[in-house]
Design a protein around this ligand. Structure first.
Ligand SMILES: Nc1nc2c(ncn2[C@@H]2O[C@H](COP(=O)(O)OP(=O)(O)O)[C@@H](O)[C@H]2O)c(=O)[nH]1
Ligand SMILES: [Mg+2]
Length: 327
């Protein structure tokens, strides 16, 4: 009797273990599909035409270059970066065949994306991050996604809804905060956003938070007064923290193309930007924008937004990204 029980238990254990392995395998596969499909659009408009030029019917490199220029410009790589890439290809005399040129180009693209990340300055907690950018780029959504990611990494997170310009903006962030189970500090519509920043950072310090993320209004970057408001928020935070916020990330919508460069210049004049978040990368066939902004601004991309869901944000890792894109 006892032996039969043992056998039943043994069989049950094997079934459970098999089930667990199956679920893990499926999830991994699902995640892989997700990554692949989120880069499908940029791949189709950016890398596929490059592949067709270099890896299609064999042609002399000289013949390919004018077409390459066209493809790169169409994919939003930008005039400057396109010229840099073409010049580099022309200068490399050791390249004899189109496939070699393709590999060289891929390597150059990887190099241009590998921008040094700022080293940690060892500030005391909380780690304060400002999110700036024009309306609709995805600031609030990105903070929501990051709050969930940081929280699941075991961090204590507080988000500050300092966008008091739009009545619904605070509520939108509050919903994200509730969904991720993180703290939220907001303010009434139209109150001075700097006062909300003050309250938010005070709360983050008092509650021993690891990370405090500040959502700001989608200021029209051409309106100087709104830029002044941003600077004031930064000053308030600096005074309260005893040092400048650790990061100021500019959130750019990948689908707006070269206009993102102008936005970056104006925001960069107001505040010392430390990184970029490129959202809606899933929605652009002109994926080359990532090259022009990183090379022209000299700022690292920190995250890529690849959808509207809570998990659709990936830390940007140049090598992995280029391999995935050029697959
Ligand atoms: N497809 C896609 N949509 C996004 C992404 N990030 C944000 N959005 C959408 O963009 C819209 C504006 O986002 P929101 O966070 O309100 O922008 P904000 O004005 O900068 O705060 C919303 O509909 C988001 O769901 C992304 O990475 N991919
Ligand atoms: Mg917002």
């Amino acid at each position: 009797m006892f032996q039969i029980l043992l056998i039943i238990l043994f069989v049950l254990a094997i079934c459970v273990a098999g089930g667990v392995v199956f679920v893990i395998f499926k999830r991994k596969k699902f995640r892989k599909n997700l990554i692949t499909s989120s880069l499908a659009k940029p791949r189709s408009g950016f890398v596929d035409p490059i592949k067709k030029l270099f890896l299609g019917e064999s042609k002399a490199i000289k013949e390919i270059l004018p077409h390459l220029e066209e493809v790169l410009l169409q994919a939003d790589v930008g005039v400057k970066m396109t010229a840099t890439l073409i010049d580099a290809l022309q200068a490399e005399t050791s390249i004899k065949s189109a496939p070699e040129a393709y590999e060289f180009l891929k390597k150059k693209i990887l190099d241009s994306l590998t921008i040094l990340q700022k080293t940690s300055v060892g500030n005391p907690k909380p780690n304060a991050i400002f999110f700036v950018g024009i309306n609709g780029t995805g600031k609030t959504t990105t903070i929501g996604k990051l709050a969930a990611a940081f929280k699941s990494g075991g961090k204590k997170v507080l988000v500050v809804g300092a966008d008091t310009f739009r009545a619904a903006a605070g509520d939108q962030l509050k919903v994200w905060a509730e969904r991720s189970g993180v703290d939220f500090v907001g303010g009434e519509p139209e109150v001075d956003p700097a006062s909300v920043v003050y309250n938010g950072i005070a709360a983050a310090i008092a509650r021993g938070m690891d990370v405090v993320m500040v959502d700001t209004a989608g200021r029209l970057h051409t309106k100087t007064s709104l830029m002044e408001e941003l600077k004031k928020m930064h000053r308030v935070a600096t005074k309260e923290l005893g040092h400048a916020p650790d990061d100021i990330w500019l959130v750019l919508d990948a689908t707006t193309g070269q206009n993102g460069l102008n936005q970056a210049k104006v925001f960069g004049q107001a505040l010392p930007l430390t990184g970029l978040i490129l959202t809606k990368y899933d929605g652009t066939a002109k994926g080359g924008i990532i090259l022009s902004i990183t090379s022209e601004l000299g700022l690292p991309v920190k995250y890529l937004g690849e959808g509207e869901g809570i998990g659709d944000l990936k830390p940007f890792e140049p090598h992995e990204f280029v391999e995935e894109l050029f697959k």
